[in-house]
Design a protein around this ligand. Structure first.
Ligand SMILES: [Zn+2]
Length: 501
């Protein structure tokens, strides 16, 4: 029954012109003594299929029962000047699929709410279930993202929905705050991915991460070209040779005093701010025209550490972000070049479009000095990963212990940023042997996602997981609450992983 005391938590969503942001700025507890749902204006009510339908008028009840019989999951009871949606939770187990169904419902709620130009929405669950409300809210708010910076009439396009009131007695303010922080970080990652390279050069990316660090309370150190040259990061410098913009190497540190882990977990994010393919030039349509997203790994690392710092999560994490654009200009590196990498290994370049592994390799070698407990890289690395599973998930592989990998995969289900584990057999090492150098940067026609991972493994000496996010990082058509273009994939996944560590 819905009689009783409700906590009334307000979730204010303000879309600014330049930066997409979500703000929850209120926490007021209001007692709803004997208030019925039917009296609450602009409401979304989650009901369970198996429960008795209460707190609705006779006509509404009839309508709901009929709709449930024909398997409808979103029932619209809106009347004049009042949006009223009933979400039918028809999955029996409270598992990750139910969570995802509610997020997707949240996406539809958002669309309906915008259609009716609603500014304030009340979300509640007929059996006062907390998680159902949080998943639905997550879906609504993730759907509210817009990248409006470059529109002349941005003000007009701003999301109408400004406030979500969560009517529930179990939801804690800290949980709501964490959700807000997390979604904000996803939005920051999406913003970074959606910025074109004529704004977001490697130096600008480093600057943006510095700004985020200053606001969120984590350390950021940036190496410029001179330092990168003195360190002899040959992979990063080779890819940068065709560019007039200098490369950067950004080190991000979140080390709270109460960290659970002594040895850090290192996250490495690919920061190719634009990938033309270099001399092995990409075709434009459906390929080069999406390549501002080739720094989505970097965005995910920045967004994750931002969330950890703002929520004061007690884990010691270091982020490494090598960044450059990849162009055919100037004295661009060429196929058949032999490059001496940061760790002293030599690489025969056979395709300049396989540049991500060149810059990541140097970062992975650099990570050794931290004696890490685990290293995870995120990279929009191969078309092969997309060819294998589309945009529905992340291709993962590695040599970390199965229980660690399983935890990460569990987080993948929790957040629906699912990971498919590919084999990491030693036979694949044969495919990247070169006639002239220690390695070559492409492995041939088959198993391209795996040979890329094997190439990277060569530069590691610690437990390692490679996540190829080429599929889900950037979408050319809208996909539920992930929207279109930059998705910010990886932030929710990794935060869940660290939160449950
Ligand atoms: Zn490339």
């Amino acid at each position: 029954m819905l009689y009783g005391k409700f906590k009334f938590i307000t979730f204010v969503n303000s879309q600014f012109k330049i930066k997409a942001m979500v703000n929850i700025n209120l926490n007021s507890t209001i007692n709803f003594e004997k208030t019925e749902i039917i009296e609450i204006k602009n409401s979304v009510i989650i009901i369970n299929k198996q429960d008795k339908i209460v707190n609705f008028s006779k006509e509404e009840k009839k309508f709901i029962e009929k709709a449930i019989k024909s398997d409808e999951t979103i029932i619209n009871l809106s009347g004049f000047n009042n949006l009223k949606l009933v979400i039918v939770n028809n999955t029996e187990k409270a598992d990750y699929k139910q969570a995802e169904a509610l997020r997707i419902a949240g996406n539809k709620v958002f669309a309906e709410s915008e259609k009716h130009k609603i500014e304030e929405l009340n979300i509640l669950s007929s059996n006062n279930c907390k998680n159902e409300i949080l998943y639905l809210t997550e879906g609504v708010v993730l759907s509210s993202y817009k990248f409006l910076k470059y529109f002349k009439d941005a003000e007009k396009k701003i999301t109408k929905l400004k406030t979500i009131n969560i009517l529930n007695t179990k939801a804690k303010q800290t949980e709501i705050d964490t959700l807000k922080t997390l979604i904000n970080s996803v939005f920051v990652a999406r913003d970074l991915v959606n910025e074109p390279v004529n704004y977001l050069t490697a130096e600008k990316l480093a600057d943006e991460i510095k700004k985020i660090g200053k606001n969120s309370g984590f350390d950021v150190e940036v190496f410029g070209k001179n330092k990168i040259e003195s360190l002899k990061m040959g992979g990063l410098l080779a890819v940068n040779k065709g560019s007039i913009d200098p490369p950067t190497f950004t080190i991000v540190t979140w080390k709270p005093k109460n960290a659970k882990n002594k040895k850090p977990i290192v996250l490495v994010g690919k920061g190719v701010v634009f990938d033309t393919g270099g001399l092995s030039l990409k075709p434009t349509a459906g390929s080069m025209d999406e390549m501002k997203c080739d720094m989505a790994g970097a965005a995910a690392v920045a967004g994750t550490i931002k969330t950890l710092a703002e929520t004061k999560t007690p884990v010691y994490v270091i982020g490494l972000i090598p960044a450059t654009d990849n162009r055919p200009g100037q004295n661009a590196y060429a196929p058949q070049d032999v490059i001496k990498m940061y760790n002293g290994s030599t690489v025969e370049v056979l395709n300049t479009d396989a540049e991500g592994r060149m810059i990541l390799a140097d970062a992975l070698s650099y990570a050794k000095q931290f004696d890490p407990e685990l290293v995870i890289d995120l990279a929009t690395l191969t078309g092969s990963a997309v060819a294998a599973i589309g945009h529905y998930g992340i291709v993962g592989m590695g040599n970390a212990k199965p229980e660690i990998f399983d935890k990460l995969k569990q987080s993948g289900e929790n957040t629906y940023e699912r990971i498919v584990e590919f084999p990491f057999w030693e036979e694949y090492d044969e495919l990247i042997k070169s006639d002239i150098a220690d390695l070559k940067n492409v492995g041939g026609k088959y198993a391209g996602a795996i040979t890329a991972g094997k190439f990277l493994e060569h530069f590691t000496d610690y437990p390692y997981i490679h996540l190829d996010i080429a599929g889900p990082a950037y979408l050319s058509s809208p996909d539920k609450y992930n929207g279109k273009n930059g998705t910010g994939v990886g932030v929710r996944l990794l935060f869940d992983f660290f939160k449950n560590m």
